[in-house]
Design a protein around this ligand. Structure first.
Ligand code: KG4
Ligand code: ZN
Length: 364
């Protein structure tokens, strides 16, 4: 497809249909001049019993969900708009190009390309992690450029310096597990179902975070590491109930471990959560100090964590930052963040041809 001016001339306001299918959520959103009119998300419960996302099942579920999700997004947008909204009134089609599970990405990409071809509309390719950052531009109360964003999801943990919607740089990232993985793997060790992050959050609310002290890794610069935490939790549980719970002696039987967990679940969850949060916030403080930037955001699925949201607010008050946290529905994977990112690309006429392919990994 050509990216000529005729394709970029919007009706007013410019309407963008965005599709997100990078992992296990099928989502579609419509935005009008950067204002979100709908954000429909279909979750895939099919993965729960496997303890993680099964790529093949995710692709199949996207295929089943994509048409009803887009239909619902158009219908909902019509209810929130003074003028009727149909597929024909859309000015551009956006989709998540990368990173993600390739089979999942292909479903959204192929659908978006087909729509762009059939409707003769421009196509916009969006980087999923950049979209998580720009979810902070959805509300009216938004950060000013340049701002810092701690992007924490199931696959990523990054500190991003965002100079404009098109100019972002990763200044720190995890060298092993992502923060979401740290939550989910800890939850798995506690016998909680996938994804365990929200459950740790829930149980932590009633727990004593100072009861158990997990080690904080000493990683230079702005990078993160979570694999040591996972190992320390493993030893901690294997020694459940012993006088030195961190000793590498593997004394507890599975039954003793299960009993220890059930009797102390809230305190264990609160202590694990507190350590993950302190690792994140300490690096964010360092990044803010080094860059002198005081507009600080969080993004990604783990930014739904109530402890992290509270810690960011408190740190901001203490250090004179302006802090920004997306609404819950814009934290975990959603198409509204793809739509807002696409809107800024639309303004720049940053379109892609129908030959574009999704990729599992992507540079920034
Ligand atoms: O961004 P996201 O929806 O998907 C990607 O990984 O791209 O993030 C999912 C991650 C999972 O690891 C999930 O456990 C975590 O976000 N998560 C949470 C919470 N809600 C979602 N972790 C801790 N507390 C939460 N409330
Ligand atoms: Zn994500």
């Amino acid at each position: 497809m050509d990216s000529g001016t005729d394709l970029a001339t919007p009706t007013s306001p410019a309407l963008i249909l965005a599709i997100e299918s990078s992992c296990d959520e099928t989502s579609a959103s419509i935005c009008a001049d950067g204002r979100i009119l709908s954000n429909i998300i279909a979750n895939q419960a099919v993965h729960e019993k496997y303890g993680g996302v099964v790529p093949e099942l995710a692709s199949r579920a996207h295929l089943q969900n994509i048409v009803p999700v887009i239909d619902a997004a158009i219908k909902k947008a019509g209810e929130n708009s003074p003028r009727p909204i149909s597929l024909e009134s859309i000015d551009a089609i956006a989709f998540t190009q990368a990173p993600g599970l390739i089979g999942s990405l292909l479903v959204g990409a192929q659908f978006a390309k087909s729509l762009a071809l059939a409707l003769d509309k421009p196509l916009i390719a969006v980087h999923h992690m950049q979209a998580h950052v720009l979810a902070n531009l959805i509300p009216d109360d938004r950060p000013a450029f340049p701002f810092l964003c701690l992007t924490v999801s199931g696959g990523h943990t990054q500190i991003v310096l965002c100079e404009s919607p098109a100019k972002m740089k990763v200044i720190g990232e995890t060298i092993d597990d992502a923060a979401g993985e740290a939550f989910d793997k800890s939850a798995k060790l506690l016998g909680l179902p996938y994804p365990g992050g929200p459950l740790i959050d829930k149980y932590a609310a009633n727990g004593n975070a100072k009861r158990f002290q997990f080690p904080e890794p000493q990683i230079p610069g702005l990078n993160f590491s979570f694999s040591g935490l996972k190992t320390s939790i493993l030893y901690f549980l294997k020694n459940a109930g012993s006088s030195n719970v961190f000793k590498e002696s593997f004394t507890a039987t599975p039954g003793e471990q299960a009993q220890f967990i059930s009797e102390n679940l809230a305190d264990i969850c609160a202590s694990i959560q507190a350590r993950i949060i302190s690792i994140l916030i300490n690096k964010l403080r360092k990044a803010a100090k080094e860059t002198g930037i005081k507009d600080v955001c969080i993004a990604g699925g783990v930014s739904a964590n109530s402890g992290l949201r509270k810690a960011l607010r408190e740190t901001g008050e203490q250090l004179g930052w302006r802090t920004f946290i997306p609404a819950f529905e814009y934290c975990t994977d959603n198409a509204a963040m793809i739509a807002i990112t696409a809107y800024y690309k639309f303004l720049e006429k940053d379109f892609v041809s129908l030959n574009v392919s999704p990729t599992a990994r992507a540079e920034w």
